[in-house]
Design a protein around this ligand. Structure first.
Ligand code: TRP
Length: 351
C-alpha cells in the first residue's frame, strides 16, 4: 500500500506496440498501483530518448511507437487524472541532469552493469561498436528517476541493476554536494498477474523480434490464429497421453487469464484452472479443446482493450493533448530538481 508522500515513477521504451507480456508484467501491476491510490504523485514516462539509444538510426520507429504505447497504456487503464503520462525527450532538464551525474560514474562501473552487458552481447547491430549514448543510458535513467523525486520505482527484475546504479548515483551526489536527491527504491510486483509470459512458440521471452507475441492491437482473427498455432506439450501426442502444464504456454496463459466466469461461460465441465490442469496432466484432455477455451478467454480479455484502443486511435489529437499536459506537469517537477541540483553544485551564478 502506498504512503501519502510516495512519488511513484514507471517508464517504458517506445520501441514497439505492446503485447500481453507487457500487459501482465507492467501495465496491469502499474494500473493496480494507480487505482489503489494513497500516494502523493504517480508518473508514467514514455522513454523515447532512451529508446533512441539503440534505435538512433530509426527515428520514425520511435516516434510512431510513442503513440502506439500511449494508446496501449490508455486502453488498458492508465488514467491521466491519476497518472501524469509524459514524453521523456520533451524534458530537456533530464539531459542536463545526466551530464552532471556522468561525473559520478566510472567507465568500469557501467561495464559491470548486468543489463547493459547482456544488451550489448545480444545486439548484432552493435558490431560497429557500442554508442556512448547506449553505454551511458543507466546514468540517464538515474536522471529520469531523480528528476521527479521518485522514491518508488515499479520495475521488472531485469531493471534492478538500473535501480542499483541510480541509488549509487544518489548516494554519491548527496555525499559530495549535500542532501539533495531522493533515494529511489525498486518495487518488483509479485502478484500472479505480474507473471512473465512465454511466447506462443514456447520461447521463454515474448518479443517483437521473435515474432511470438499476442499484441493488444491484434484483431480477433489474429488472436484466434495465434492461439491455434501455439506450442503445447510436444509429448502430448494422443488425447489419452498425460500432459505437461508447467512448461506449456497454453496452460501458462490460462493460469494468468482464465477466471471462474470464463469457465462458467465457455467450459462449464470444469470449475477452475486447477481442475482443467489436473485433467490434462492425468491424460484424456485434447489440445484442441484447451486451445478453443484459451481463445475464448483471450478474446474476452482483449476485446474491451482493443475497442477502447480503436476509439482512442480515431482521435490522436486528444491523445497528444493528454501527453502534452502530462509533459508540462512533469517538466515543472524536473525544473525544480535541476535548480536544486545546480545550486548544490554551486552552478547558480546569477541567483
Ligand atoms: N529502462 C526501462 C525499460 O527498458 C525504461 C525506463 C527508462 C525506466 N527510464 C526509466 C523505467 C525510469 C523506470 C524508471 O523498460
Amino acid at each position: 500500500m502506498a504512503q501519502s508522500n510516495d512519488i511513484i515513477l514507471t517508464g517504458i521504451r517506445p520501441t514497439g506496440s505492446l503485447h500481453i507480456g507487457h500487459m501482465v508484467g507492467a501495465l496491469i501491476p502499474n494500473i493496480e498501483i494507480q487505482n489503489a491510490g494513497g500516494y502523493k504523485k504517480m508518473y508514467a514516462m514514455i522513454a523515447d530518448a532512451q529508446g533512441l539509444t539503440d534505435n538512433f538510426d530509426n527515428p520514425e520507429r520511435v516516434r510512431e511507437n510513442v503513440m502506439e504505447v500511449a494508446l496501449d497504456m490508455l486502453a488498458t487503464g492508465y488514467n491521466p487524472e491519476k497518472t501524469t503520462i509524459f514524453i521523456q525527450s520533451e524534458i530537456s532538464e533530464l539531459t542536463e541532469l545526466t551530464f552532471y551525474y556522468m561525473n559520478l560514474v566510472t567507465i568500469a562501473r557501467l561495464q559491470r552493469n548486468p543489463t547493459v552487458k547482456t544488451e550489448i552481447a545480444q545486439k548484432e547491430k552493435f558490431n560497429g561498436g557500442v554508442p556512448v549514448g547506449f553505454f551511458t543510458y543507466p546514468i540517464s535513467q538515474a536522471a529520469d528517476i531523480t528528476a521527479f523525486g521518485a522514491n518508488i520505482v515499479p520495475v521488472g527484475d531485469d531493471q534492478l541493476p538500473m535501480l542499483e546504479q541510480a541509488a549509487e548515483i544518489v548516494h554519491k551526489f548527496n555525499s559530495i554536494y549535500g542532501d539533495t536527491l531522493i533515494m529511489p527504491r525498486a518495487v518488483v510486483p509479485k502478484t500472479k498477474s505480474a507473471a512473465r509470459l512465454p511466447g506462443i512458440d514456447g520461447n521463454a521471452k515474448m518479443g517483437k523480434s521473435l515474432n511470438n507475441g499476442i499484441y493488444l492491437k491484434d484483431s480477433a482473427d489474429e488472436i484466434a490464429a495465434k492461439v491455434k498455432s501455439m506450442y503445447t506439450d510436444p509429448n502430448h501426442i494422443r488425447v489419452e497421453d498425460p500432459g505437461n502444464t508447467t512448461e506449456n504456454p497454453v496452460f501458462i496463459y490460462l493460469s494468468v487469464f482464465a477466471r471462474p466466469e470464463h469457465f462458467a461461460a465457455f467450459l462449464p465441465e470444469y470449475r477452475d484452472y486447477n481442475e482443467l490442469a489436473a485433467h490434462y496432466e492425468r491424460g484424456g484432455l485434447g489440445d484442441v479443446k484447451v486451445k478453443k477455451f484459451l481463445n475464448a478467454v483471450m478474446q474476452e480479455t482483449l476485446r474491451p482493450i482493443r475497442e477502447r484502443r480503436e476509439a482512442l486511435a480515431r482521435d490522436p489529437a486528444s491523445v497528444m493533448e493528454i501527453l502534452r499536459r502530462g509533459t508540462m506537469d512533469a517538466r515543472a517537477a524536473a525544473a525544480d530538481t535541476l535548480a536544486r541540483v545546480k545550486r548544490a553544485m554551486k552552478l547558480n551564478y546569477f541567483d
